[in-house]
Write a protein that binds this ligand. Structure first.
Ligand SMILES: NC(=O)c1ccc[n+]([C@@H]2O[C@H](COP(=O)([O-])OP(=O)(O)OC[C@H]3O[C@@H](n4cnc5c(N)ncnc54)[C@H](O)[C@@H]3O)[C@@H](O)[C@H]2O)c1
Ligand SMILES: [Zn+2]
Ligand SMILES: [Zn+2]
Length: 364
């Protein structure tokens, strides 16, 4: 099989022939049809996130099942599936208390391996690592069965793939992590694939004011297609002042969908008393935020992390497909470019430059 391998950060990826082992009993093998380019992959390529060694990025994929481990009963060869990076195990302490985003198995995201330390991937005997829990910039993947969710054959796989990360993360942050009530107001900082999905999720949750801030005019326009009611250009306007003129007292919930300490401060300042800030963007590992405990205590403000939208793939992927079908998630508009795997370096460059909204790599 072929895969795009990141040998070292800040070097062009190389599309190489690599070896993939057969699935374990609880795993499946999938022929990848399409895999999106998320900013988290860009962060691997440009060294913002560390890598363990030669790595295959890509964690937003959809494809067709080609081999089913003996213990997997919910899938058959030929099923179309959306893949979820590092799926929740369903039985650890966090999963049992309804916090799948905090599943103990997500620790494997940091090691770029399966939870048991294996990767199934190698080249000439050298281990290749699984990027952010999938290694989807490849013609084939082996994944845990609970991370492969069957979808109807009529859903285009090059659109469905964005559900795997951007949509599970963004819509899930609004529907699962946050506590948005009908009539609430929301601020979303950053309008990439993640931010526009948060905006769409907030609208689905019943928020009536969905304010989106992004320096890119094109991204602000795209946000309006995904449910934003107001947009702000942070290079021209003070975001906190603008939010408080739109919603006196501040928004109920603010989301950082960029990943920076300074923008988390903006979110905290833009929320009302009793409001909540949700951290979705992946800030550099060295960033830290300081909060004033008295302000937080007196104003009862909250701050909460959200990994992959606190999603439980078998529950959330089918409902996201249904929301797309019902016209409430314009995923077709999220995929603004399709490139062959061989052009992976152009796709990464476009994602880093914010060109389009989501570029999808096509594997055939
Ligand atoms: N929590 C999770 O599970 C999870 C999952 C996927 C991605 N992420 C992270 O979410 C973030 C967004 O990912 P993406 O793929 O949408 O990225 P993206 O690069 O497509 O979008 C980021 C957007 O932020 C905008 N931006 C930059 N500076 C800004 C500022 N000062 N104010 C407002 N907007 C600003 C950019 O113009 C761009 O439109 C990344 O940090 C990514 O690593 C987190
Ligand atoms: Zn992602
Ligand atoms: Zn778990």
């Amino acid at each position: 099989m072929r895969a795009a391998v990141l040998i070292e950060p800040n070097r062009p990826l190389e599309v190489l022939e690599v070896d993939l082992e057969a699935p374990d009993p609880d795993q499946v093998r999938v022929a990848v049809a399409a895999c999106g380019v998320c900013h988290s992959d860009v962060s691997l390529v440009n060294g913002t996130f560390p890598i363990m060694g030669p790595t295959v990025p890509g964690h937003e994929a959809a494809g067709v099942v080609t081999e089913v481990g003996s213990g997997v009963t919910h899938l058959s060869v030929g099923d179309h599936v959306v893949l979820s990076p590092n799926p929740a195990c369903g039985h650890c302490r966090s999963c049992r208390r309804g916090r799948p985003g905090a599943c103990a198995e997500t620790a494997a995201l940091m090691t770029s391996t399966f939870p048991d330390g294996s990767t199934k991937l190698s080249r000439g005997g050298e281990v290749l690592y699984r990027g952010l829990g999938l290694a989807g910039w490849a013609t084939e993947v082996v994944v845990s069965g609970n991370g492969a969710v069957a979808i109807a054959d009529d859903v285009p796989l090059d659109v469905a793939c964005v559900i795997g990360c951007a949509v599970q993360t963004g819509v899930g942050a609004a529907l699962n992590t946050a506590s948005i009530e009908p009539g609430d107001s929301v601020l979303v900082v950053g309008a990439g694939g993640i931010g526009v999905s948060i905006a769409a999720g907030a609208a689905i949750a019943g928020a009536t004011r969905v304010i989106v801030s992004d320096p890119s005019e094109a991204r602000r326009e795209q946000a309006m297609q995904f449910g934003a009611t107001d947009v702000i250009d942070p290079t021209r306007t003070d975001v906190v002042a603008e939010v408080s003129s739109l919603v006196p007292g501040g928004v109920d919930t603010a989301f950082d969908a960029v990943g920076s300490a300074a923008l988390i401060d903006t979110c905290l300042a833009a929320t009302c008393n009793g409001g909540e800030t949700v951290l979705v963007g992946a800030a550099p590992m060295t960033d830290s935020v300081s909060v004033n405990p008295v302000t937080m205590m007196f104003a009862e403000k909250g701050i909460k992390g959200s990994l992959l939208g606190s999603s439980l793939a078998p529950r959330d992927i089918p409902r996201l497909v249904e929301l797309w079908r019902a016209g409430r998630l314009p995923l077709d508009q999220m995929v603004t470019a399709r490139l062959p795997l061989a052009e992976v370096n152009d796709a990464v460059r476009d994602a880093e430059a914010g060109k389009g909204l989501r570029t999808v790599l096509m594997m055939d």
